[in-house]
Design a protein around this ligand. Structure first.
Ligand SMILES: *[C@@H]1O[C@H](CO)[C@@H](O)[C@H](O)[C@H]1NC(C)=O
Ligand SMILES: *[C@@H]1O[C@H](CO)[C@@H](O)[C@H](O)[C@H]1NC(C)=O
Ligand SMILES: *[C@@H]1O[C@H](CO)[C@@H](O)[C@H](O)[C@H]1NC(C)=O
Ligand SMILES: *[C@@H]1O[C@H](CO)[C@@H](O)[C@H](O)[C@H]1NC(C)=O
Length: 277
């Protein structure tokens, strides 16, 4: 895996060439941005021109980093859940919570002056980084920019996105994101895992995507099909790691980069070898 991440990073760092990078982050949850922000800042530090549309602009000015702030367009949701208090039915239907936040953000962001102004500007970018989370809303902006799209996930892959990459998500041994199972499931656990997976996928496809498309159509006359744009995403970087979330198969363009957001330790950890004898 590290070799692949290395290859990927060399794509960004080749020949000292400066890329124009656009970050599109629609979700108003700070915990998600904590994962993306270090990558975006690092790219600017390495000499690329980075423009980021998000709810979380930099607090202090960074060279080559341009923020387009969506701050105050909607409220910032709660950040921490006590999972022991969450009932099972809530996990089985978590897609409804995702829908709530997707709706209020998309409806607030797409008609905003920030997006209208941005789309009037120079849309020449080399690559787009965007979160694949609970909506295809920003795929409209991605389509107007028309550069290769890299998807990012700050958490395990939500059920809707595997389809885009033909990434395996067989519910007989891969627990869907909201199920607390291992890769060894009993028959009944498999039944539950399958039903919950299908419910999430169908709900996204039949209810959430049409809603997003309606918001897009209301705001822009060219009625670009945002779920078709999502099918063009070239690469998907996911903040999980097999050492924590168990091994599972991935297609080559879905890559686990768990820990990508962590800073390098300032000095290597001091290990006293005697402790190991
Ligand atoms: C958002 O609201 C806060 C508090 O009212 C204000 O300080 C901040 O400047 C606003 N941000 C933008 C981008 O309007
Ligand atoms: C989470 O909820 C459980 C059950 O109500 C409670 O025992 C625990 O203290 C809570 N944890 C936190 C960090 O609030
Ligand atoms: C848009 O930006 C690119 C990259 O900086 C530049 O090469 C191009 O000339 C600009 N186009 C316009 C119309 O300003
Ligand atoms: C997908 O990408 C191809 C190649 O860049 C482009 O021709 C096509 O219009 C894109 N499709 C959508 C729906 O954006």
């Amino acid at each position: 895996m590290y070799f692949r991440v290395f290859l990927l990073l060399t794509v960004f760092y080749t020949n000292g060439e400066t890329l124009r990078i656009l970050g599109l982050f629609e979700h108003a949850g700070k915990s998600h941005h904590w994962v993306f922000d270090p990558l975006l800042r690092k790219l600017a530090e390495k000499g690329h021109d980075v423009t980021v549309i998000s709810f979380f602009p930099q607090k202090t000015k960074i060279p080559r980093f341009t923020d387009i702030s969506l701050e105050n367009l909607t409220y910032i949701g709660f950040e921490v859940w006590n999972l022991t208090r969450v009932q099972r039915t809530m996990m089985q239907t978590a897609v409804h919570l995702l829908e709530l936040s997707a709706k209020r953000t998309c409806a607030a962001v797409l008609p905003s002056p920030q997006i209208k102004e941005f789309l009037k500007g120079n849309l020449t970018y080399d690559v787009i980084l965007t979160e694949l989370f609970n909506t295809n809303c920003f795929m409209y902006v991605a389509a107007k920019v028309n550069a290769p799209i890299i998807g990012l996930s700050s958490c395990a892959i939500l059920p809707f996105w595997n389809e885009l990459f033909a990434n395996p998500d067989n519910p007989s041994y891969i627990p869907m994101m909201f199920m607390d199972y291992s890769d060894k499931l009993t028959f009944l656990e498999r039944v539950e895992n399958t039903l919950v997976l299908w419910y999430h996928k169908l709900y996204f496809e039949l209810v959430m995507n049409p809603y997003t498309q309606k918001i897009v159509n209301e705001n822009f006359p060219d009625h670009i099909d945002v779920s078709a744009v999502a099918k063009n995403v070239s690469l998907f970087l996911v903040n999980t790691h097999w050492s924590i979330s168990r091994p599972r198969p991935f297609v080559p363009n879905v890559i686990e980069v768990g820990g990508l957001n962590l800073a390098e330790p300032e000095s290597p950890p001091q290990v006293n070898l005697v402790d190991y004898y």
